[in-house]
Every structure is written in structure tokens, then in C-alpha cells.
Ligand binder design. Structure first.
Ligand SMILES: Nc1ncnc2c1ncn2[C@@H]1O[C@H](COP(=O)(O)OP(=O)(O)O)[C@@H](O)[C@H]1O
Ligand SMILES: [Mg+2]
Length: 214
């Protein structure tokens, strides 16, 4: 039987009177990489925000694993997210940023932080402040943060923004490793060529409507 990591059922999202997502129903199979494409403003980011529960939905229902979004608590072991540019404290190092965030919900564990930073090719011993990181380094630190709780599901919004060709290739390899571990990945991108090769399924949003789902 097909197992779904995320089920979106008749989702409607409105901001004031503007309908941003119109009756979206889609299921994302567990253990696969799913692409969400569509031009700027089509609703990709809002859909990811609804799935992780950052923004309340207007109508419909979203299930993440066996939890109902907005009702059950979804934590960072269920879902890791990067939405828009990751926010860090500029005046301290990458390690200190992740160390601080990790300790909000866990006992301190330097090895975990060092491990995810090395995985993202960032030097955990570097004293370089995040404020002087390049865009690509910040993006990689964001990915390190998203994976530091070893979540089963990753929601990635334009994750390759700011990465160079080499960075994109490495990132794709990493996502394939996650998939091999049985994780489910959703990637939103306006750059369809970038993700179509990598994704097992691709859906397209157009002005808040689901137009392609294959
Ligand atoms: N907080 C908000 N308040 C009002 N409108 C919003 C808000 N966030 C997004 N929107 C609108 O929702 C639509 C979809 O936006 P978004 O999901 O960011 O598009 P995409 O990520 O596909 O580029 C846009 O028209 C945008 O202006
Ligand atoms: Mg977006």
C-alpha cells in the first residue's frame, strides 16, 4: 500500500479577501522527492507555510505523517524547513548560531552540530561571523539547521538560491542520500530545470491552482 508523508485535502488559503491557494488536493508519497514548480507569486511558499503550520489555513485539511496540521503539534523531528532566506544572528559564527538554536529544544550536543556543518561543507571551528558569509554559505547553514534534528520530512523553498553550479550538484547528491534514508522531500522552485531531474513527482501551481500533477 502506498504510504503518504503529507496529504493536502481541499486546501484553501486566503489572505484577507485574496484567495492565494484554491482548492488544492495532493498527496506526497513517503520516501520520494517531490517538486513544486510555478512562477513567482503562484503560491509555492504559502503552500509550504501551510504544510508546516507557520500560517493558518482557511479551509480544508493537511495531514503530516499521522498529525493534523493546526491541531497536533508538529516538531522539528517530523519536519525540517527552509522557507525564504534563513534568518541567523549575524554577529556570531555559524556554529554558535546552530548551537544556540539546538539548545532551545535539546540538551547541548556539539557533535550533532559539527556533523551537520561538515556535511554541508562548513567548518564548525571557523570563527567567521554569519554576517560575512556568502549567500551560498548562508543557504548551506540553513540546510544544516533544517537537518540537525534528523527530520523525516524536509520542506525546502528555493533551496538552491545563491548556490553555484558545484553547490547545486552537491546539494542534489545530498538530497538523494536523504531519499535513500527514506526521507520525504518537497522542493519548491521557480527554476523547473533545476529540479525536474531530481524529483520523482512534479506538480505545478499557477495563480494558486494546481495545474499539473505527475
Ligand atoms: N502574508 C501575506 N499576506 C498577503 N498576501 C500574501 C502573503 N504571503 C503571500 N501572499 C500572496 O500570495 C501569493 C503567493 O505567494 P508565494 O506563495 O510567496 O508565491 P511563490 O512562492 O510561488 O513565489 C502572492 O500573490 C503573494 O502576494
Ligand atoms: Mg516563494
Amino acid at each position: 500500500m502506498t504510504e503518504y508523508a503529507i496529504t493536502v485535502d481541499k486546501l484553501v488559503k486566503k489572505y484577507a479577501k485574496a484567495t492565494v491557494l484554491e482548492n488544492i488536493s495532493i498527496k506526497f508519497e513517503k520516501g520520494k522527492i517531490h517538486g513544486i514548480i510555478g512562477r513567482n507569486g503562484s503560491g509555492k511558499t504559502v503552500l509550504l507555510k501551510c504544510i508546516c503550520g507557520i500560517t493558518p489555513i482557511t479551509q480544508g485539511e493537511i495531514m503530516v505523517k499521522d498529525k493534523k496540521v493546526g491541531v497536533n503539534k508538529i516538531n522539528t523531528e517530523d519536519v525540517g524547513v527552509i522557507i525564504e532566506s534563513p534568518g541567523f544572528i549575524d554577529g556570531i559564527s555559524g556554529f554558535k548560531n546552530l548551537d544556540f538554536l539546538y539548545q532551545l529544544t535539546h540538551r547541548r550536543n556539539k557533535e550533532v552540530i559539527e556533523g551537520v556543518m561538515r556535511k554541508m561543507e562548513l567548518d564548525p571551528k571557523s570563527r567567521k561571523k554569519v554576517g560575512s558569509y556568502s549567500l551560498g554559505m548562508k543557504q548551506r547553514l540553513g540546510i544544516a539547521q533544517a537537518i540537525m534534528d534528523d527530520p523525516d520530512i524536509l520542506l525546502l523553498d528555493e533551496p538552491t538560491n545563491g548556490l553555484d553550479r558545484n553547490g547545486v550538484e552537491k546539494f542534489h547528491k545530498l538530497l538523494l542520500e536523504f531519499k535513500a534514508e527514506g526521507k520525504t522531500i518537497l522542493i519548491a522552485s521557480h527554476n523547473s530545470a533545476d529540479i525536474e531531474l531530481l524529483c520523482d513527482t512534479v506538480c505545478e501551481l499557477d495563480h494558486g491552482h494546481l495545474v499539473v500533477n505527475e
